[in-house]
Design a protein around this ligand. Structure first.
Ligand code: PGA
Length: 218
């Protein structure tokens, strides 16, 4: 795990990795939402990179069409996509397709950037998710609903279901970068990276990936 000086350095260091990935032919990226990637997206926008051949897949999306400005598509448009030369047709969210689970969702990914939840979830693969899980609809745990309530007027407004990329397609990415910000993430990072590999801690699956980097700042 690399410990960085601050949140802005986190954004800058991970932007270097994204910038390198964007030089590949037809790069494919998996991207997260949440508080942690905001400094990354701000830095990427400042760098004014060429996204025209890039395809992105987001990790997850709520199942609730009444929350438009809290949807993860809205978050990504506002924080990144609308400031780049990405083509709309190259932007994918799980659950977009008429038929899902779409087992091809997020295949051939060069770089997957992940956050980690306080309960060890990655995307919305909550504790107990099978290490073989595919992209699918899930119920969110009470802890995740509570964590996400900071973005909504009341906890009752938080959607209770989402479509998430499964652990299996996440693990098929060529490179994974996990980002975490805040001391409250240290314990779960330690459990996930150094503890037993168990489906009770979904992020512990990353111990089996050959090309994972973890970036943390207080
Ligand atoms: P956060 O969320 O970046 O808002 O802490 C991470 C996550 O729950 O995956």
């Amino acid at each position: 795990m690399k410990v960085l000086k601050n949140y802005w350095e986190l954004g800058s260091v991970v932007s270097d990795i994204v910038e390198h990935t964007l030089t590949l032919p037809e790069p494919k990226l998996v991207l997260p939402t949440g508080s942690t990637p905001i400094s990354l997206y701000k830095e990427l926008v400042n760098r004014d990179l060429d996204w025209s051949t890039t395809t992105t897949f987001n990790l997850d999306e709520y199942v609730d069409n009444t929350i438009q400005d809290q949807s993860y598509r809205y978050f990504m448009m506002e924080n990144l996509f609308k400031h780049t030369n990405m083509y709309d047709d190259n932007i994918y969210f799980p659950g977009d397709t008429a038929v899902w689970p779409d087992l091809s969702y997020g295949t051939g990914v060069d770089l997957c950037i992940l956050g980690i939840g306080g309960n060890g979830h990655i995307a919305f693969n909550e504790p107990g998710s099978s290490f073989d899980s595919e992209t699918r609809m899930v119920d969110l745990t009470e802890e995740t609903i509570k964590d996400n309530s900071r973005f909504f007027p009341t906890i009752d407004d938080v959607p209770t279901q989402a479509v998430t990329m499964g652990l299996k397609p996440i693990m098929s990415s060529k490179k994974i970068v996990l980002i975490a910000n805040g001391k409250h993430k240290l314990n779960i990072l330690n459990v996930a990276m150094n503890g037993e590999q168990t489906e009770s801690v979904p992020a512990s699956i990353l111990q089996s990936h050959k090309n994972v980097e973890i970036y943390y700042c207080d």
